[in-house]
Structures are given as structure tokens and as C-alpha cells.
Design a protein around this ligand. Structure first.
Ligand SMILES: [Zn+2]
Length: 290
């Protein structure tokens, strides 16, 4: 049994069926035992390497509350963005706004899942203030799980954008690439957004071909990871090499190459942090054949 990926594994009951019960939600907002986790565009309000939890009544009035769920002990948890880092840090003594990626390595499983949910939802709200159908200002409803357009009636639901990420292998070698913005020497699994009208398996094959010129077979699903930067879901696969030698293709990568098992195990190149599903795919392959 392996643990869920970082950013999965929240311990909340998401209480989907109750989001539309306006009186119940209002009672949770008013309950002095309820808490909110706080995030801004800049990151998450943290205390002692974990999320700060503030009373909803302490939040400034412009901070819309999004209901995340109810903890096993019965505490309702919300997410809110007070507007900027200074307003956030004023809410909890000793707190600071920190990037969620930086914080990820110190979070326990449940807090990672909680913050991925909070940050993903708040990112979606920030980007959907206006109706994509008619341009009017939208209004949050269902405790923050939908935005409705008062002019045309459209309902806009929180997005999760699927991204395939895949480790292509051939015997004792794995196909890895690097983007120019990554830390020097780092290589990782290839990845890309799923396009409309495409299965996940097709997306894996297309992305590998576009980025490296390599054709694959035997595409197999492994695990998934919420990735709220801003609103992605990483879908992890392995695939077997079929034909073609790697060469930089569509311009997203500055290098793509085979790296053999020894080079990866010995740290000849940098790998993604342990919190990333790419690292789990690579480590899983190394461990399986060790
Ligand atoms: Zn509209």
C-alpha cells in the first residue's frame, strides 16, 4: 500500500449535498468553532509549516468564503482570500504567506490535500469573476462551488484541467526532458495538457511524439495528483518505447534524452522534488527493477 500523492488525501467530508442548503451553510459561517484557511495570489497563510486556521468572523468582508467541508471532529472548514499578503498576515500572529510548492515538503498528507482544494478553488474564483458566455459579473453560489451569471443564467463550475505526465522507458533507460526555466541540471518526465476529443492514452502518445519524436506503446495509468497551479490534475502514466530516437520537438523542452538507470540512481542529473508525481513515476520505475 502506497500513500496518496502529495496534494491528495484530504481528511474532509466535502459535504457536496449540503452546499445548496443556505441555512445550514450560514450556520456554519456563524459557528464560532468553524475555521478558514487563507490563501492569496502569493500563496498560503502558514504558521509553523502548516496552514493557519482563522475564525471566519475575523476575515474582512470582501473575502468570499468557500466551503471546503467538515472535518472528522465536526469542524466546518472554509477557504478565503482576504485580498493581499499583508491583510492575510494580520489575521494570525507569527504567520506568513508562503508558496504552496515551497510549503508542500513539510505538510502532512491531509493538510496537503486540504490546501490543494483551497488553492485550486480560490484560483478558479479569481479567474472567473466574469461570465465566459456574456461577459457580465458572476456571483458565487452553492457555498462557493458554482458561479452564476445574473444576466444570461449560465452556471460556471470549478475547473480541473487534465494534464498527462508519463515516464517512457526502454529496458534500462528512461526518456526525460528539461524545460529551460527549471533549476540547472534537472530532468523530468514529459507532460502536457489533454486536448478536446482525445483519450488520455492518445494524449500520452501525442505529447511524447510532439516533444521528443518518439512513438510509444503500452500506455498504462499509475496514479494522479491534484496540482493547483493554477487548477490542474496530473494523470500519471508509464509507456514503453516503440520507435524513434529523442530529439527536441515542439519548443517546450530545451533537451530530451535517454538517461539510464545508473545515471538516475547515482544522481548524475537533478530530479523533481519528492512531492511531484513525476518523481514518484521515476522512483517507482527505479525501485521496481532494483
Ligand atoms: Zn452570462
Amino acid at each position: 500500500v502506497t500513500a496518496p500523492n502529495t496534494f491528495a488525501g484530504a481528511a474532509l467530508d466535502r459535504v457536496g449535498p449540503r452546499r445548496g442548503d443556505v441555512a445550514w451553510v450560514a450556520a456554519r459561517v456563524a459557528d464560532p468553532a468553524s475555521r478558514a484557511v487563507v490563501a492569496t495570489r502569493g500563496g498560503v497563510l502558514a504558521v509553523d509549516d502548516g496552514p493557519a486556521r482563522v475564525a471566519p468572523s475575523a476575515l474582512p468582508p470582501q473575502a468570499e468564503l468557500v466551503l471546503l467541508g467538515v472535518e472528522p471532529g465536526g469542524t466546518a472548514l472554509f477557504a478565503a482570500d482576504p485580498g493581499d499578503d499583508a491583510l492575510a498576515e494580520a489575521l494570525a500572529p507569527g504567520s506568513s504567506v508562503r508558496g504552496l510548492r515551497d510549503l508542500a515538503g513539510t505538510l502532512d498528507q491531509a493538510d496537503g490535500g486540504l490546501l490543494a482544494q483551497a488553492v485550486g478553488l480560490l484560483n478558479w474564483h479569481r479567474r472567473h469573476r466574469f461570465c465566459a458566455n456574456c461577459g457580465a459579473a458572476t456571483e458565487a453560489a452553492l457555498a462557493g462551488h458554482v458561479r452564476r451569471c445574473p444576466r444570461c443564467g449560465a452556471e460556471h463550475h470549478p475547473r480541473t484541467d487534465p494534464v498527462v505526465i508519463m515516464l517512457v522507458t526502454d529496458g534500462d533507460r528512461a526518456l526525460l526532458g528539461r524545460q529551460p526555466t527549471w533549476p540547472a541540471g534537472r530532468y523530468s518526465a514529459l507532460a502536457g495538457f489533454v486536448e478536446p476529443g482525445e483519450s488520455l492514452e492518445e494524449a500520452v502518445a501525442r505529447e511524447v511524439l510532439e516533444e521528443s519524436g518518439v512513438r510509444v506503446t503500452g500506455v498504462r495509468y499509475r496514479s494522479s495528483q491534484p496540482w493547483p497551479f493554477p487548477v490542474s490534475l496530473m494523470l500519471g502514466f508509464t509507456a514503453a518505447w516503440a520507435e524513434g530516437e529523442p530529439a527536441v520537438g515542439d519548443g517546450e523542452l530545451e533537451d530530451v534524452r535517454w538517461l539510464d538507470r545508473g545515471a538516475l540512481a547515482d544522481g548524475e542529473v537533478g530530479l523533481p522534488p519528492r512531492e511531484a508525481i513525476a518523481r514518484r513515476l521515476i522512483d517507482g520505475w527505479l525501485d521496481a527493477a532494483a
